[in-house]
Design a protein around this ligand. Structure first.
Ligand code: ISL
Ligand code: CA
Length: 558
């Protein structure tokens, strides 16, 4: 993945980076492929699927955490940053994954979870021993309020107070997630030095970069009630860049729920010395209730969705860089959330891919999205495994919600929708494991599985492979200027990308019914059919009838 240093002749003076034309594939190791029948996906399982990923054509794997962990939050609670969880394998397995992936031109991104550790991390075990322990300041401790209660009203993202009393030492520690995920104190330079040392240790092993978990929280100013975007956030990121990856050619992507178009330029502006790009979530939260968040969702609204995505295309048009994604391990399945998994699973999954992959930015595919995997219709709370879902269940039932209503919400939004096992075949347990999977397989694996997808040239898989390849072939897809059309149209998503006399025109219906589209004259074009999900379309003109979830892109030259 060499860096090409020449500059683009056009307005886009971005120095080229290998990750501009790359596509990332996220693996949630626990649910990807189990090699030894214990029901838990593992690193040898991932290695056995590299041929599959090479066929898809991806350049980078983002591995959700594989480090030693009590798995309170499936590995986002790390007890040893420099070893591999035994259920996932060994360091030797990891090195083998690195080399075999590299042979196929695939780099590995590790998940950097340094807002917090596990309560079983050696630092925390030390820290809680006494108030004057040398590691005490690695975490955030506060005295009880006058009445003995929590020091402040801060709430955990998983529900309940963000403070837990450590009985032995009589102080509360901060945890913005579960009580088993104590927050690190980034104000302590020793913490930062330890994190950088650990990052360099992995970088020296040859990884391709980091995805940074809730990185917008590390500058928190607890006493001011500030969690995201604290005063020193960008200082820390610049320091991290200088001390670790800044002089290496890697990809770094921050998970930043709080990012705005202007702060995105702070994170990813080319002269900032921070990150390659961040994940923004406006198209995700656009569906959430203002008060109740994701547990009470709003109906699908294409106009709002287009506005959110278009806003970000414009925000980072000249500087900074976008990450493009529909799903991840925390979010519902793309086709269930934004498409129609009941009536048009194939066509809507392809349309979602087309719309996303032809925008400007680096596309991320979440495992299973490339075969159109859907949300899971669990019927009982006992089937869920996710700590957030189980916490929210307890709190909601206490508040008077019925189990039935909670399950309805969870069916739509629980993080477990994304965490059911990867569907490899129509065999037992979808080919994920020869044993009992840690979480149930989605019953639709008989129809939706990788084996069937590979065999069918019209599958969602081959559609993704095509889009990934197109990005490699056409600079206009990587760097072209984005312009949206028909912003107020409730059912079609239309945009163009232009670069040096080349233009890609993307038209996509999000309607389950055929619809007639009057093409605005400024959009009229004739050229090469690039990608489609019904039949090839090379001319855009006049009155066009679009089939349910039909989409296509036309490339025009000169
Ligand atoms: O999933 C969420 C919203 O749908 C959030 O509650 C989620 O916790 C938030 O997106 C932060 O996510 C990241 O950090 C968490 C971890 O549980 C998530 O899996 C991770 O992606 C704590 O490390
Ligand atoms: Ca296993």
């Amino acid at each position: 993945m060499p860096e090409v240093t020449h500059h683009l002749p056009q307005a886009a003076v971005l120095p080229r980076k290998w990750w501009h034309s790359a596509t990332v594939y996220q693996i949630y190791p626990r649910s990807f492929a189990d090699s030894n029948g214990d029901g838990i996906g593992d690193i040898p399982g991932i290695i056995s699927k590299l041929d599959y990923l090479e066929k898809l054509g991806i350049d980078v794997i983002w591995l959700s955490p594989i480090f030693t962990s009590p798995m309170d939050d499936n590995g986002y609670d790390i007890s040893d940053y420099q070893d591999i969880a035994p259920e996932f394998g060994t360091l030797e397995d990891f090195d083998r994954l690195l080399t075999t992936a590299k042979e196929r031109g695939i780099g590995i991104l590790l998940d950097l979870v340094v807002n917090h550790t596990s309560d079983e991390h050696a630092w925390f075990i030390e820290a809680r021993k006494s108030r004057d322990n040398p590691f005490r300041d690695f975490y955030v401790w506060r005295d009880p309020a006058e009445d003995g209660g929590v020091p402040s009203p801060l709430q955990s993202n998983f529900g309940g107070p963000a403070w837990t009393l450590d009985e032995a030492t009589g102080q509360y520690y901060l945890h913005l997630f579960s009580r088993r995920q104590p927050d690190l104190n980034w104000e302590n330079p020793k913490v930062r030095a330890e994190v950088y040392r650990m990052m360099n240790w992995w970088l020296d092993r040859g990884i391709a970069g980091f995805r940074m978990d809730v990185i917008d929280l590390i500058g928190k100013q607890v006493d001011a009630g500030i969690t995201s975007d604290g005063a020193h956030l960008h200082d820390y990121l610049q320091e991290m860049n200088r001390e670790t990856f800044g002089h290496r050619d890697v990809l770094t992507v921050g998970e930043t729920w709080s990012v705005t178009p202007s702060s995105a330029l702070l994170y990813s502006g080319r002269d900032r010395g921070e990150l390659s790009m961040v994940f923004q979530f406006e198209h995700v939260t656009q569906r959430w209730d203002e008060t109740f968040g994701k547990w009470r969702s709003k109906p699908f609204d294409l106009v709002g969705l287009k506005a959110a995505l278009t806003k970000w295309q414009h925000a980072l048009a000249a500087d900074g860089w976008n990450s493009l994604f529909w799903g991840n391990h925390d979010l519902p399945r793309a086709v269930s959330r934004y498409g129609d998994d009941r009536h048009f699973p194939l066509q809507s999954a392809k349309t979602l891919a087309t719309v996303l992959h032809l925008m400007k930015g680096t596309p991320y595919i979440y495992q299973g999205e490339e075969i159109g995997m859907t949300n899971v219709p669990f019927e009982r709370i006992a089937e869920y495994r996710d700590i957030e879902t189980l916490n929210m269940y307890r709190l909601n039932i206490e508040a008077g919600l019925s189990e039935e209503n909670f399950i309805k919400g969870a069916n739509e939004n629980s993080r477990d929708n994304a965490r059911t096992p990867m569907q490899w075949s129509d065999g037992p347990q979808a080919g994920f494991t020869s044993g009992e999977p840690w979480i149930a397989v989605n019953g639709n694996y008989r129809q939706i599985n990788a084996h069937a997808a590979l065999a069918d040239e019209n599958s969602v898989f081959h559609h993704h492979a095509k889009l990934i390849a197109l990005r490699k072939r056409h600079d206009v897809i990587v760097y072209g200027r984005y312009q949206s059309f028909l912003d107020q149209h409730p059912d079609v998503f239309v945009y163009t990308r232009t670069l040096e006399g080349e233009r890609v025109t993307v038209i996509a219906s999000f309607s389950g019914k055929p619809l007639d589209l009057e093409v605005p004259t400024e959009l009229e074009t004739q050229g090469e059919a690039l990608v489609w999900n019904y039949g090839p379309v090379s001319e855009v003109r006049g009155s066009m009838t679009l089939q349910p979830y039909e989409s296509f892109a036309v490339l025009t030259r000169g």
